[in-house]
Ligand binder design. Structure first.
Ligand SMILES: [Zn+2]
Length: 260
């Protein structure tokens, strides 16, 4: 049977031919796949309005020789609040771009799927976009077997979490470096402690992390260096996101979620 039912998130869409849309999906059952939505750009298309970037859907897919065809779609969540906010939109673009770039076609990973869906929900819910991207990047790197090693150097020496001096790191060496093992860009100890907390705490706790702007910039810089090293280049959406955050100047990066 070439028909399958699956949940999916739309990572990217582009126009195809006169009226079709070519869609990159991350599906629960098949991982990343390319699919055609026939006639999606026609005014009366039933699927057209539903097949939009970031949408979480229930899909009916028909498997062709190289591509899938979307034969049915039901919207689970369209994240409308995401679309009215430039920072949230850009953070969501970065998250979907990272999933697209780090996944292989037809190689499903349910944890990545749920991490993606959860992160989109968290971006919508409150004003802590930066923490959501931190947690997402660390969880995704971990899932890919690329988690930065923060508590010890490659030689086995333990990192001094309570120290004061900045600590060197090198993505090529897999994490932080002791003074004997080398030099590299540096991370403040406060940022190192924050990153270690983000990496080892449950998501809810990680999201409540409150740090000053200098520490937030350090965390961004560290994760940026890791992602760029492993992808081989800077994702477009990450560059834009960093510009947006840079423009906020000295604003405190605090968790603004209210109540519990
Ligand atoms: Zn060392």
């Amino acid at each position: 049977m070439a028909l399958s039912k699956t949940q999916a998130v739309v990572l990217r869409t582009r126009d195809l031919g006169e009226a079709d849309r070519l869609v990159t999906l991350y599906t629960l059952e098949h991982g990343k796949v390319g699919a055609v939505s026939k006639g999606a750009r026609k005014a009366r298309s039933r699927l057209g309005p539903v097949i939009q970037t970031f949408n979480h859907l229930n899909l009916l897919l028909y498997k062709g020789k190289s591509l899938y065809t979307i034969t049915g779609a039901d919207l689970i969540d369209g994240f409308p609040l995401l679309r009215g906010d430039l920072t949230k939109m850009t953070a969501a673009s970065y998250i979907t771009e990272l999933v697209e770039r780090t996944s292989e076609e037809g190689d499903p990973d349910q944890e990545v799927f749920y991490l993606l869906v959860t992160s989109l929900h968290l971006l919508v819910e409150a004003g802590y976009e930066r923490q959501v991207t931190w947690v997402f990047q660390l969880r995704l790197l971990d899932r890919l077997g690329l988690a930065p090693r923060l508590d010890r150097c490659q030689c086995g020496r333990k990192a001094d979490m309570e120290g004061r001096r900045p600590v060197a790191y090198d993505p090529a060496a897999g994490g932080v470096l002791c003074p004997r093992c080398g030099r590299g860009p540096t991370l403040s100890r406060e940022a190192l402690r924050a990153l270690y907390g983000l990496q080892t705490s449950p998501v809810e706790e990680a999201l409540s992390l409150s740090v000053g702007p200098g520490v937030a910039d350090d965390i961004d810089e560290f994760l940026h260096d890791y992602v760029v090293y492993h992808l081989g280049r800077e994702p477009n959406s990450l560059r834009f996101l960093r510009e947006l955050w840079g423009m906020r100047g000295g604003e405190m990066c605090e968790n603004t979620k209210e109540g519990g």
